[in-house]
Ligand binder design. Sequence first.
Ligand code: PMP
Length: 405
Amino acid sequence: MTISKLARSIAESPTMRLNEQARRLRERGEAVIHLGIGEPKNKAPIQAILTSAAKLSGGDVKYTPTDGSPSLKKAIIRYTEEHYDKLVGPENVIVSTGAKQSIYNLLLTLVDPQDEVIILAPYWVSYPEMVKLVYGVPVIVTPEDGTFHPRLPEIEAALSSYTKAIIVNSPNNPSGVVFSDSFIAELVELCERRGIYLIMDDIYHQLVFDGARAAPAYRFTKVDLESSKVLVVNGVSKLYGMTGFRLGWVVGPRKLVEVMTNLQGQITSNPSAISQAAAEGALTGGQGVVESLRLTIQNNRDVMMRELKGLPDLHTVCPQGTFYCLPDFRAYKGKSLELADLLLEKALVVTVPGAEFGAEGHLRLSFAGTVKDVKEGVERIKWALDPSAPTEIYIGDRKLVRDWL
Ligand code: PMP
């Protein structure tokens, strides 16, 4: 079998691998707790269900325009006006099969072979692989001070004549950190001065806690949309917990959207008409669902932070958004892959190794599941790692005794 060099250079998505491992263990009847989970547990909003069901039961499920149905684009335009205070036209919006495809299409549109894309660590696992998929070079910038908050001088030092774009994700997967308004303002200024595209992955932008706010980058641009370097990516996956519908979008200058549409037309065409109907329903229906999801997740975050205090040597930056935190486990074990394997094998807890996000020594823990999962999951981690924890624990109906510390 011959496999292309490019395909061979792409790593398997570790989250998908862990999900699969957890699924197999569960199938065997093991009491697995999944703290690697990347989606909320809620049901899709009723309005999304009704509009997609109506589309389906009408039986008229056909291609839509490649860049999305006009009525969904109208709903996205309203969303952009409401949340970004920015009036855009239908020619500034392209809808894709999840924000994942949106970002991939953007990179395909912007990046020539060997061009560099700045990625801020800790980063979403897919960014570097996506850059490689378009023959670009990911350039990772890591904040030196352990805060998970990037700083402008470090980014400026990483720029070269090959830099085409910077990808920013705030609130951040995996750290939960929300980047400051002043940082986003400086970044917009830098990108517009240097002619570098700023890809704002805003997929978690409404999932913020304690009154935090994800700064809308458009607020800081001094030029009109058509000349702006700011590109905003969003979608219904995290906002409404509609991950399975696979629906995301990009807002940007008309010329770029035109090229992205051209490319998408040759790759997947339009996203599923049923998912587009669902997204339209979610965006135009009652928005109370977003707030109730936010409150549930914020409560889970509080529980997670309280429980983690039980591990005395753990250092955790308290997340102000998303449903993840990224505790520093180096006091217990430096190699995050080994640690995640140990926790899965001994304690049946799924975590995601920080090494995958450019944060070795850390584990990403998700609080998107139930409060019970969060509490029990952390209790098991404590049992597995902390010598001061009781040596015995019940996992499912089995009593386990720790004999490795
Ligand atoms: N960006 C980030 C930071 C994410 O965490 C995810 C989903 N895990 C995505 C984009 C992709 O979202 P979608 O489901 O819309 O493809």
